[in-house]
Structures are given as structure tokens and as C-alpha cells.
Design a binder for this molecule. Structure first.
Ligand SMILES: *Cc1c(COP(=O)(O)O)cnc(C)c1O
Length: 368
């Protein structure tokens, strides 16, 4: 039996007619750049989140970079970020000539360690980029309290958490700015690159709308130095259709997770991910921990099961940042070596999940 890690084709086929029709409609209208579909999706996604404004951009990396740029911070500003995340979370800090202050994680929750955050706050700390890694959410009451007490701007990296919530409030509504990616494999994924920035701040909304479109909202009037980072009309049209299915897809992911929990709860060699109180996760990734990670991964591969590692290296370990003198974060460095992401997508069926779990149990029976 083969179990894919992701199965985008299955999802496409389930909505093919609607999607194909929309794409052909846009091809026919030829409004390829900032067509009305972009505005429609921006409005619908803002309403979905429960936020005033949303601006589509070219991808999630740009979203993070433009979000930081829009804040117009002093060059020597320090930005706190967790040490175990996708590199894009940090690229916008460097592009804008600010300083990455990498913080350790809480190994049980994979979320940023707030004690370490407190220790690393200085007079130059201006922003905390909070990552809702794997579709999980930290205690947002505590996060907001630290930001308020220390006058720190909260920017959320929601690239893995479309639709996740804390106390009924969706992620992406807590920060001054929130950044999303619509990369195909994300919970809300386009059929190419895409991203966007949410905010309740009208001035930031207007500034970001200009930055993404060469500094202009009125054609050929460029009031600020912008760039070209627009959400493509065809991608916006696709996203607007897929948005209707986001909640049911997330519900399916939670059902997949539920079966993993049931099947693996007696397997003591595996540590299952922990969801905090008041959180509804969206399981972008289902990440387990084991000291025998590499051997287990090989065994699963031999049995037709694809697994991945998110991420094999901490932020401080990347060559790209080797001259930045980043902190060594003990838990983050350790976690990289024991995490394994199991197959996870909304259409993953019970037979396949049980097969994965049976193979995991078989591995540990033979490797005591
Ligand atoms: C995917 C991702 C990004 C970057 O998004 P792209 O659209 O691929 O540029 C940023 N942060 C996190 C946590 C991500 O998972």
C-alpha cells in the first residue's frame, strides 16, 4: 500500500468543474492583473477571518517582508521569532535590515517559549513574529499580554493556520498585521504562488496596497517606493472557490488527527502533538516525536509511506544566517532531530491512516 504525504489532485478533482469554469472565465475576460476576483477574494477572506482589511500579495514570503516594511521601523530594531520555523518567517526581518532575535520553543507545544521571549526583550525590541506552526496556536492571552506590557507590535505568521482559532477568535485577527501564504500545499492553497496580509489598521492597509503595486493605487501615480507583488487574478479566483471548502477541509484534517491519536495513544515510544486549551487547531502538519526518528522514517518509506521533516534545521543552523550571531536554542535544536511529519491531508482515508499507524507499531515492536 502507498500513502502519499499530500494528495493535491484528489482535492482538485473534487471541485474540478467549478475551478475549470472559473479559470476559463478569467482567461476570457483577460483581467489578469488585479482583476475584480482579487478584490472579491480579499473581501471574502477578510470576512472569513473577522478582520477589516486583507491585501493579496504574490506569496507568503513577500507578505512577511512587506508587513515588516510597512511598519517603518528603525534599522537597528530587534524582532523576536521562534527558532523552529520555515526560513521565510525570518527573511523579511533581514531584507528590512532589522535584527533577528531567535527564541527557543516549548518542545511540548512547538510554540515560541514565552519565558525566553521575556528574557530577550531589550529597548530595541519592536516586533514579535508569532508563528502558528503546524496549524497549532499558543495561549494568545499570554502572547498579547507580553506584547502590550512591553510595547511590542504583534505580527502573526499564519501560513500554516488558515482557520485555526483561540477562544473562538481566528488567528490572523490578533496581530497588528497577519501574514498568510496560499502556497498549494497550505490549508488554503492556490494552484501556484499566493499570499496576503490582514489588518484592522486603515493606514497600514492603504500603505500595503500601494507597496504591493509599485507604490500606486491610482494608475501611474507612485507616492511611495513600492514593488511588484500582486496576487494573481486566476489564483484569487481559485482561492475564492477553495475558501468555501476551507472549514470542511479543516474538519476532515481534525478527523485524521483524531484517528492518529486513537491508534497511537498506546505507543509509548511516540510522543503525539499537544493541543493547548481553548485552541481549535487546523493540522497543517501532524508532527510526532521519537528518538528513533531516522530509522522510523526509513522503515515507513520502505513500506510505501511518505513522511517529511518540518524542519530538519533550526533557524540558527542555516548557512544563510551564519554571520548573524543567532542564539543557540537548546529545545529547538533538539526537536529538529526527533520530529517526523506523518501524512496529512483532508481526503486521507481511515484505511490509509490505520496502515500508517500499524507500520509505526510494527517498527517499535521490532526495535525495542
Ligand atoms: C509556507 C510558509 C511561509 C512562506 O510562504 P510562501 O508562500 O511559500 O512564500 C512562511 N512562513 C511559514 C511558517 C510557512 O509555512
Amino acid at each position: 500500500m502507498n500513502v502519499n504525504f499530500l494528495y493535491l489532485k484528489k482535492n482538485y478533482l473534487s471541485i474540478k468543474d467549478e475551478i475549470d469554469q472559473k479559470i476559463f472565465q478569467i482567461l476570457d475576460k483577460t483581467n489578469y492583473i488585479l482583476g475584480e476576483e482579487v478584490k472579491t477574494f480579499e473581501t471574502n477572506f477578510a470576512n472569513y477571518l473577522g478582520i477589516e482589511y486583507f491585501v493579496g500579495v504574490a506569496n507568503g514570503t513577500d507578505a512577511l517582508e512587506i508587513a515588516i516594511q510597512s511598519l517603518e521601523l528603525d534599522n537597528d530594531s530587534e524582532i523576536l521569532v521562534q527558532d523552529n520555523t520555515f526560513i521565510s518567517t525570518c527573511l523579511g526581518i533581514v531584507y528590512n535590515n532589522h535584527k533577528i532575535v531567535n527564541c527557543d520553543i516549548n518542545p511540548e507545544t512547538f510554540m515560541i517559549n514565552l519565558d525566553d521571549v521575556k528574557n530577550k526583550i531589550t529597548s530595541k525590541t519592536k516586533v514579535l513574529i508569532l508563528v502558528h506552526l503546524y496549524g497549532l496556536v499558543p495561549n494568545m492571552d499570554e502572547v498579547l499580554k507580553i506584547c502590550e506590557e512591553n510595547n511590542i507590535i504583534l505580527v502573526e505568521d499564519c501560513a500554516q493556520a488558515h482557520g485555526a482559532s483561540f477562544k473562538g477568535r481566528k488567528v490572523g485577527t490578533f496581530g497588528k498585521l497577519s501574514c498568510f501564504s496560499f502556497y498549494p500545499g497550505k490549508n488554503l492553497g492556490a494552484y501556484g504562488d499566493g499570499g496576503g496580509i490582514g489588518t484592522n489598521d486603515k493606514l497600514l492597509y492603504e500603505k500595503i496596497s500601494k507597496i504591493r503595486n509599485t507604490g500606486s493605487i491610482i494608475k501611474y501615480e507612485h507616492e511611495i517606493i513600492g514593488r511588484n507583488s500582486r496576487l494573481d487574478t486566476i489564483q484569487a479566483g481559485i482561492l475564492d472557490i477553495k475558501l468555501k471548502y476551507l472549514d470542511s477541509n479543516n474538519e476532515n484534517r481534525r478527523n485524521v488527527a483524531k484517528i492518529y491519536y486513537e491508534q497511537l495513544k498506546m505507543t509509548k515510544e511516540i510522543e503525539l502533538p499537544k493541543v493547548l486549551e481553548n485552541v481549535i487547531p487546523v493540522w497543517h502538519l501532524f508532527v510526532v516525536k521519537t528518538d528513533k526518528r531516522d530509522d522510523l522514517k526509513d522503515f515507513l518509506t520502505k513500506n510505501g509511506i511518505t513522511t517529511l521533516i518540518h524542519y530538519p534545521k533550526a533557524i540558527s543552523e542555516h548557512g544563510a544566517f551564519s554571520n548573524l550571531n543567532l542564539f543557540n536554542c537548546e529545545n529547538s535544536l533538539k526537536t529538529c532531530k526527533i520530529i517526523l511529519s506523518l501524512p496529512m491531508y483532508p481526503e486521507l482515508d481511515e484505511t490509509s491512516i490505520k496502515y500508517v499507524c500499524d507500520k509505526i507499531k510494527e517498527f517499535f515492536q521490532n526495535n525495542q
